[in-house]
Design a protein around this ligand. Structure first.
Ligand code: HEM
Length: 407
């Protein structure tokens, strides 16, 4: 974003060790290319590090148009589109009320999550810890692919060790919870979940997917949905510490609408426009995937007189888009989405937080609903305040974000 200001251009080109890298820093450029020209801008670069990790089943990394990538997206869309995702409201409600770990686990597998030391949460966390530096250029090998021939013992080849660890984590991610769910089904336990619903549908006849696809998509949900959603919630807590006025307004709205002693439910969403705007503002104020997931343009293209070389990595800079699109962007202001206390139709939903075009996040409706019910429930019962130290002084949060795909 700084470079786009410095060079007065919302399109920046970088040559990274021979890889052509194009960063789009305005909603206009991102929409013109990644959405309107989606037929050529929806591929993904090759990530040698993920190949070493054997993460060849992860939709976010698959080439556009490949059979497995089309089937996975279709399965995601079938179960997580705006209407179908309502089926998971019971799990979302329960997870919000217990505020236990990752909401995505009961949704994906129908498995309970323990409030602490849950083996599945632990597996998801271990995995994202190892993989988070990736896709945005955190692994040097992605720019210098010949590094993959360097043996593990060679100084600086720590990535080889990481790859081995992630290979094992990837296998566990796919198999352990999936087998547990299958075991539950075999034992007659009836718990709706993405996996159980797909396996039930498979039993009822021929489908465009098979059991392996269900297992892979479930594992993709598990990794793509865990860290992202919980990081937005962490950002929400930080935003509330920094903006007590916004918190008070949201709580006043809940008290006036729902009354005390009750928890908000999905049916109340329309009656709580300020809370709804607060959730949008959390997504906008500090997008948790600030640099998106890189796209790749297959063929040479021209845009506003610029030549964009074939096979360039093209990044929609969500951070910049979500800052430039709204006035006074650094201020946390849910009101920006409202007009006379109602949703303002002329202010755009911060959907850049979920990416762009044909690769836009297929979990966005599910994620938005999980965030809404959790944030509304927390605001209804808790007051989020800065910690007071032993010396009776307020402890200021650090307001720092970690680097990585998920920030
Ligand atoms: C607040 C939470 C979430 C955020 C901010 C988020 C953000 C993103 C972003 C920025 C992308 C890249 C889009 C692009 O390439 O332009 C993406 C892709 C993806 N997300 Fe999410 N996501 C979230 C939750 C979820 C959940 C809950 C799921 C699954 C249930 C999910 C599944 C995926 C998948 C499978 C992809 C890859 C799509 C493809 O490459 O075709 N995400 N997400």
């Amino acid at each position: 974003m700084d470079w786009s200001r410095k060079y007065d251009s919302d399109i920046i080109h970088l040559d990274l060790a021979g890889t052509s890298f194009v960063v789009l820093s305005s909603s206009e450029a991102a929409e013109d290319l990644l959405e309107k020209r989606g037929s050529i801008y929806s591929d993904r670069p090759t990530f040698p590090m993920y190949e070493l990790m054997e993460w060849t089943f992860i939709l976010a990394l698959l080439k556009y148009g490949m059979r497995n990538s089309r089937t996975q997206r279709r399965l995601f869309n079938e179960h997580l589109n705006i209407n179908a995702s309502h089926n998971f409201r019971p799990q979302q409600r329960a997870a919000a009320h217990s505020l236990a770990g990752e909401i995505i686990i009961p949704i994906t597998y129908g498995l309970d999550v323990q409030p602490s030391n849950d083996p599945y949460v632990d597996l998801a966390e271990k995995t994202t810890h190892q993989t988070n530096p990736g896709v945005s250029g955190g692994f040097l090998i992605d720019f210098l692919p010949f590094l993959k021939y360097i043996p593990e013992w060679f100084p600086g080849a720590g990535f080889q060790k990481t790859a081995k660890i992630v290979q094992k984590l990837g296998r566990d991610l796919q198999n352990v919870p999936f087998e547990e769910t299958k075991g539950q089904i075999a034992a007659g336990v009836l718990r709706p979940s993405f996996t159980a619903n797909c396996l039930r549908d498979l039993e009822s006849g021929e489908k465009y997917y098979d059991e392996t696809t269900v297992k892979e998509v479930a594992a993709v949900m598990y990794v793509a949905g865990a860290d992202t959603t919980s990081t937005v919630l962490a950002t929400f807590f930080l935003a509330m510490l920094a903006n007590p006025e916004a918190q008070k307004k949201a709580q006043a709205e809940i008290d006036a609408t729902i009354g005390q002693g009750c928890l908000p439910d999905f049916d109340d969403q329309d009656a709580l426009p300020y809370v709804d705007s607060l959730v949008k503002e959390v997504l906008r104020w500090a997008p948790v995937v600030p640099f998106g997931v890189p796209h790749l343009v297959r063929v040479e293209d021209e845009y506003r007189g610029y030549r964009i070389p074939a096979n360039s990595t093209v990044v929609g800079n969500a951070w910049s888009v979500l800052n430039k699109m709204y006035p006074d962007p650094y201020t946390f202001k849910p009101e920006r989405f409202l007009l006379d206390g109602k949703p303002n139709p002329s202010v755009k939903y911060p959907d850049a937080a979920f990416g762009f075009g044909r690769r836009i996040c297929p979990g966005q409706h599910l994620a938005s609903a999980s965030l809404w019910i959790t944030i509304a429930s927390v605001l209804a019962v808790f007051e989020i305040r800065k910690k007071v130290g032993e010396d009776e002084k307020i402890v200021e949060p650090s307001y720092e974000w970690e680097d990585g795909v998920v920030s």
